[in-house]
Design a protein around this ligand. Structure first.
Ligand SMILES: [Zn+2]
Ligand SMILES: [Zn+2]
Length: 256
C-alpha cells in the first residue's frame, strides 16, 4: 500500500509541477480539482485536504470476489457476508477504493463534467489495484466496459477506455470488441433488480472478436450492484472467454 500511495503522490506532484511551470499559472493559479481551492497556495495539484481524502478512500481490506469493504477475516470460502448469496459471471474483482468523499467527486468530474484529464490519476489508481490482484499474471486482454455509441458521442469519450489506456501490463492488449448494443438508462438511483433488468441483453461482441479461450479483465470506473460487470462477463463467456476478471476504480457501498 505504501508503494501505491507514493505512486499516486508522485503522479499528483507531476501534475502540480507541470501546472505551476507556466506563466499563466502565476496569474491564474490552478485550482484544486475537487474543492476549487487554489493549489498554488497549498503546493499540490490537488489541495492537501482533498488529497488526504482520496487516499482515505483508497486501499483497505476488501472482498476479492465482490469488492465491498470487509475485513479479510470476514471472508469465508472466498465469499463475504455481502456477496455470499450472489452468483457472478465474473471470477474475481479488484478495486482501488470506495466511492465516497473526494474520490466520488473526482469520478463524477471525470464522467459527467468533461474532465478527461483525470484519467491519469484514476487510471493509475485502478492499475495499482490490478497489479496487486491475484489475476494480474493471468490476463490476456483488457476490455473497457463499453458505452453505447450515442452516449459516447455526447460525452466525447468512454471513461472506461481512458482508464484502460493507463494500465501497465507486459503482454495484455486492449480490445474494444465488446459493445453496448442497447442504449440503457443510467443505473443511478435504480434498485439492484431494476439495474439487472436495465442491462440485460445490453451487450454484444463484434463479429471479428477473438475472445475464445481468453482470460479477460474488464475495466470500469465504478461498480455498485455488479449488474453491468456481470452482464459484460456473461456476454464474454458466451463468446468463449475462459475467465473474466474485473478492475474498477471504486466500489459503492450503497446505492447511488
Ligand atoms: Zn481540495
Ligand atoms: Zn464479497
Amino acid at each position: 500500500m505504501a508503494l501505491q500511495t507514493s505512486k499516486f503522490f508522485k503522479s499528483a506532484c507531476n501534475i502540480s509541477r507541470a501546472g505551476l511551470s507556466s506563466f499563466g499559472d502565476l496569474l491564474w493559479p490552478p485550482l484544486c480539482g475537487v474543492c476549487g481551492e487554489s493549489v498554488a497556495a497549498a503546493g499540490d495539484g490537488m489541495c492537501r485536504v482533498c488529497w488526504d481524502e482520496v487516499m482515505g478512500c483508497a486501499g483497505g481490506d476488501y472482498c476479492r470476489r465482490c469488492g465491498k469493504d470487509v475485513s479479510r477475516y470476514a471472508v469465508v470460502d472466498g465469499r463475504c457476508g455481502i456477496c455470499s448469496g450472489a452468483e457472478f459471471a465474473f471470477d474475481a474483482l479488484a478495486r482501488a477504493g470506495v466511492y465516497r468523499d473526494a474520490l466520488r467527486k473526482l469520478i463524477q468530474g471525470f464522467k459527467f463534467n468533461d474532465r478527461s484529464e483525470l484519467a491519469g490519476l484514476l487510471g493509475q489508481m485502478a492499475d495499482s489495484a490490478f497489479q496487486g490482484s491475484e489475476f494480474y499474471d493471468q490476463v490476456d486482454m483488457l476490455v473497457p466496459v463499453p458505452l453505447h455509441w450515442r452516449r459516447r458521442l455526447r460525452r466525447g469519450y468512454n471513461q472506461a477506455y481512458l482508464l484502460t489506456k493507463q494500465f501497465n501490463h507486459p503482454t495484455a492488449t486492449i480490445c474494444t470488441d465488446l459493445v453496448r448494443i442497447r442504449n440503457t438508462h443510467r443505473q443511478w438511483g435504480l434498485e439492484p433488480a431494476k439495474r439487472r433488468r436495465n442491462v440485460k441483453g445490453a451487450f454484444g461482441v463484434r463479429r471479428r472478436h477473438n475472445f475464445s479461450g481468453k482470460r479477460i479483465c474488464l475495466v470500469d470506473d465504478i461498480s455498485t450492484s455488479w449488474a453491468t460487470l456481470n452482464e459484460c462477463a456473461k456476454t464474454l463467456k458466451l463468446a468463449g472467454a475462459e475467465k473474466v476478471f474485473a478492475v474498477v476504480v471504486s466500489v459503492a457501498m450503497q446505492r447511488y
